[in-house]
Design a protein around this ligand. Structure first.
Ligand code: SF4
Length: 229
């Protein structure tokens, strides 16, 4: 009854749109998974409960941002990186602390992950490095919130120009593969890499070999597999 309507509402709301540029969150990610996203490759269906959990995380993050506003230290919030050809992204906030500017990115997680968190997660570092790069700000703060208890952990991140260059170079290489319809090789550590564990393209990725292949050849392979040939 109502549950089915709600589930469908969430699935419709989060339907994938065609992607024609990178998001900041694509930086440092498995190139093959990002390629599949661009090409709308077949993937595991989303689960409405997981989508509701993501949305709950967004509300928790908003709550923290509201507190920062009340403290009067927010200079800008939900701020898009300056327009350029390749990447889109929106930082949570830019704040001033002791007369210095910081980019703040708020991440929420459940208690189990929060308790184990000793260092900032690499994909979050990659993301904030790009914000620092595009906003030309030298310091950032990754603020982690425990969704269950609202405890906080924070990590100061300094701008790292060589890491940023390597992230941008990798995205440029991936862009040429997307334009040339070449499926990139699997990420290192497949299938034990954490990205593979949560990857919605895991099933079709197992059909391709380890190395690069032509997208058209791969699509034929996927179609023949689906039709049981
Ligand atoms: S399963 Fe792993 S290697 Fe394959 S696309 Fe997903 S993340 Fe990349």
């Amino acid at each position: 009854m109502l549950k089915e309507f709600l589930d469908q509402f969430y699935l419709d709301k989060h339907k994938e749109r065609d992607q024609d540029h990178f998001y900041v969150t694509d930086a440092g990610r498995c190139s093959r998974a990002v390629f599949f996203k661009f090409k709308n490759a077949p993937k595991r269906a989303m689960d409405a409960t997981i989508l509701r959990l993501f949305e709950h995380g967004d509300y928790v993050q908003m709550h923290i941002l509201n507190n920062l506003f009340s403290m009067g230290i927010v200079r800008a919030s939900e701020i898009y990186i300056p327009p350029q050809e390749m990447i889109n992204g929106r930082a949570d906030a830019i704040v001033t602390l002791s007369n210095e500017l910081y980019v703040v990115d708020v991440k929420s997680m459940n208690s189990m992950i929060f308790r184990k968190l000793e260092y900032p997660k690499q994909d979050n570092i990659n993301q904030i490095q790009l914000y620092l790069h595009f906003f030309k700000i030298s310091k950032g703060i990754l603020l982690y919130v425990n969704k269950d208890t609202l405890e906080l952990k924070e990590f100061l991140i300094d701008y790292d120009s060589s890491l940023t260059k390597s992230l941008l170079d990798d995205l440029n290489v991936l862009k040429t593969k997307i334009d040339a319809n070449v499926v990139p090789e699997r990420t290192a550590g497949y299938p034990k890499n954490w990205q593979c564990r949560y990857c919605p393209f895991k099933e079709i990725c197992s059909l391709a070999g380890e190395g690069e292949m032509k997208w058209e050849d791969f699509k034929t392979k996927v179609q023949s597999q689906e039709s049981g040939q």
